[in-house]
Design a protein around this ligand. Structure first.
Ligand code: GLA
Ligand code: ZN
Length: 675
């Protein structure tokens, strides 16, 4: 991550919305925020209505004053472009910018993320505003990055989007014949003879259901998601290009949201100068699930450091149950982000709003208006620590030998799939495999289809349902060269058109896995098949859950067989030698305890070591810079926990020196940064 200007520490701060307050308060904000150690603010996030009063009347006077105030206080700025919520007059005058819902109803003014990304008026005005901001503020030395729009997402089903969808399809398929083939349109007589007949897959057409969308034509619905992610990315690029044309040296970003359904962040990452993301875990979210989001975001930026752009200092307002972050947890989760590659710690927001739907959202400065609060004290302590840490590990990266594949097309395809079971939840399935590695303190990356496999020894590719062109060859080369590939049930079934393989499942992966899957059984909720492994590291009696592939080995070695049902005695877990490497195939979902043993076994076999000894609830990661290693150790337990520190080192936070194999009790929510 390369920020503009002189940045020599982990930047600390976040969203600052002084436009919601009388000016008399701003100086008090600066005093309190400086006291808390804040040195970067994201400003101008939702100010379009004040910046542009009509088609050609712009007014930057308030923003000038805000920028002047924060600059005088010595703060750096992440300058937003304000385009995530259009002004009311614009909606009245140019109703085409208003989105259309999936039920065909046209939206009215109100809310944010409410503009149609394919509206030329919206794009024109968004680009124009970005350019004006760049021209006016681009020379300021304290701008570290552009923050384009805010948390892009959502869909629109207006006619302009439908037209753009047709254009996108023409580019992808070139001819109607190709589209008809890809979409298998002879099914239910959906054949197209004219591009104009193709519609957006809304609830007026092939889709229904909100929480888990259903569709009669999976590929039409998948293509709409692909198209939509691209459309919104085009909007981002309209602004990014305008900014870059004026000030090429200031990096552009926008705040992403982890496992967020709407946008293919691996595609987005290629166009962002660095990844930024907003971390809002639900109460009781396992620390490894938060870790997975961090790893995914890092992966979308090709492993480079990213920015934790938002988190709450204390509480959210928009979840069903908004519990307080317990004392120390804000600090712990801030360091967790840093431990996974963030080079900033930022919050939403600096001062708590007085009205509207975020008035009960946590902030550094609460409604009481002073710094004598638990939250303010915790924020200040962390601010002091980040000053002390300086640039010691800024820019450092991971050096993982294990990776887990995440792929939006596969998420969309497995979720939109009609059958075999509605219990298939792609992010949570991927999480099972990620968790097994992360919990045991193996350094693990989450990577996309395009990520190079050169540096990895182990790759988990669960639910690799859709095998995109060239990917089977990439996997073959990886395994041939000695890599260990682990794949599972519901893999190798379709190509990128969602057309099923006719070569026998798992299709293109069949020779790699050394087996043929003839049928797949579904287990009812709470039901399981099982298998016994008689000896070795995996010895035990294990459950087989979710899906049960009925497998014929074709060269693969059978490690375990089902114990019940009509397919009792047939393989459930197989291992195939391929070139210098190996492929493991889980025909059914393994229980967590088996995965723990399994991941340890293959890591041992590949000589991949954990970065820190395993203790329950103790998370460890490693960042590396110029050959120097920084091991982060975090206590997520609700009691102090003793660990053995295996190497001689120094904790950068406390300056405490440790001898090799020294015992140490990490307090509740405690953190060590061992250099
Ligand atoms: C998101 C948005 C912010 C704010 C926070 C509240 O992350 O980007 O503007 O609404 O949620 O949690
Ligand atoms: Zn639209």
């Amino acid at each position: 991550m390369k920020l503009a200007g002189n940045v020599n520490k982990i930047l600390y701060g976040g969203d600052y919305n002084p436009e919601q307050w009388p000016k008399e308060i701003w100086n008090e904000d600066m005093r309190l925020l400086t006291q808390a150690g804040v040195d970067v603010v994201s400003v101008n996030i939702f100010s379009w209505a004040s910046l542009q009063k009509s088609d050609d009347v712009y007014d930057f006077s308030v923003l000038d004053e805000i920028i002047n105030t924060v600059s005088t206080a010595g703060m750096k700025i992440c300058l937003a472009t304000s385009t995530a919520a259009h002004p009311a007059w614009m909606a009245r005058k140019h109703p085409e910018i208003l989105r259309v819902n999936t039920d065909g109803s046209k939206r009215k003014f109100g809310n944010r993320h409410n503009s149609c990304p394919n509206s030329s008026v919206y794009r024109l005005y968004a680009g124009k505003l970005a350019r004006k901001l760049a021209q006016r503020y681009g020379k300021l030395e304290n701008i570290v990055a552009w923050h384009i729009s805010n948390e892009y997402g959502g869909y629109c089903y207006c006619d302009k989007c439908q037209d753009a969808f047709r254009e996108w399809l023409k580019k992808r398929y070139k001819t109607l014949e190709a589209l008809n083939e890809a979409w298998n349109t002879s099914f239910w007589g959906h054949n197209y003879h004219d591009w104009e007949d193709i519609v957006s897959p809304s609830h007026l057409g092939p889709e229904w259901g909100h929480h888990r969308p259903s569709t009669t034509c999976q590929i039409q619905s998948i293509d709409y998601r692909r198209f939509y992610s691209d459309s919104v990315l085009d909007c981002f690029l309209v602004e990014a290009n305008a900014l870059k044309e004026v000030v090429p040296h200031i990096p552009v970003t926008t705040n992403l949201m982890g496992t967020f359904w709407d946008l293919d962040y691996f595609k987005w990452g290629k166009h962002m100068d660095f990844i930024a993301w907003d971390n809002y875990p639900w109460p009781n979210c396992p620390y490894t699930r938060i870790a997975m989001n961090h790893a995914l975001m890092r992966g979308c930026g090709d492993g480079k450091p990213f920015s934790l752009m938002e988190q709450t200092p204390s509480v959210t307002n928009w979840q069903p149950y908004n519990t307080l972050k317990r004392p120390g947890v804000m600090r712990l989760w801030s360091y967790q982000a840093v431990a996974h590659g963030s080079d900033t710690v930022m919050f939403f927001q600096m001062r708590r709003s007085r009205g509207c739907c975020e008035k009960f959202h946590g902030a550094i400065i609460d409604h009481c208006g002073h710094g004598n609060t638990r939250v303010f004290r915790e924020v200040t302590q962390l601010g002091d620590e980040l000053k002390k840490l300086g640039d010691s590990f800024l820019g450092s990266r991971f050096d993982s030998k294990a990776a887990v594949l995440y792929d939006w097309d596969n998420w969309w395809a497995t979720t939109l799939s009609s059958g075999p079971t509605t219990d298939m939840n792609y992010p949570e399935e991927v999480y099972r495999y990620y968790e097994a590695l992360a919990k045991q303190n193996y350094s693990v990356d989450i990577i996309g289809i395009d990520t190079s496999l050169d540096n990895y020894k182990i790759l988990f590719a669960p639910l690799l349902y859709m095998v995109k062109p060239g990917y089977a060859d990439k996997l073959k080369a990886f395994v041939n060269g000695g890599g260990i590939l682990i794949t599972t049930y519901f893999s190798g079934l379709a190509d990128d058109r969602d057309l099923c393989t006719l070569e026998g499942y798992p299709g293109e992966l069949r020779s790699l896995c050394g087996l043929w899957v003839e049928e797949t059984d579904v287990l009812l909720p709470g039901k399981a098949n099982g298998f016994v492994i008689g000896d070795g590291v995996l010895k035990g009696t294990w459950k087989a859950e979710l899906l049960c592939d009925i497998i014929h080995p074709e060269g693969a070695q059978v490690v375990a067989a089902y114990e019940s049902d009509f397919y009792a005695g047939t393989p459930v877990l197989c291992r195939n030698n391929f070139g210098k490497g190996q492929v493991w195939y889980f025909g059914a979902r393994p229980q967590v305890e088996l995965l723990d043993l399994f991941t340890k076994m293959i890591c041992d076999e590949s000589n991949v070591q954990p970065v820190f000894p395993v203790t329950e609830g103790i998370e460890a990661t490693r960042r590396v810079k110029n050959g120097k290693e920084f091991t982060f150790v975090l206590n997520h337990n609700d009691t102090g926990t003793e660990v053995v520190i295996p190497f001689a080192c120094c904790d950068l936070l406390s300056d405490k020196k440790f001898a090799a194999n020294e015992r140490f009790t990490i307090p509740v929510a405690g953190v060590l940064i061992l250099a």
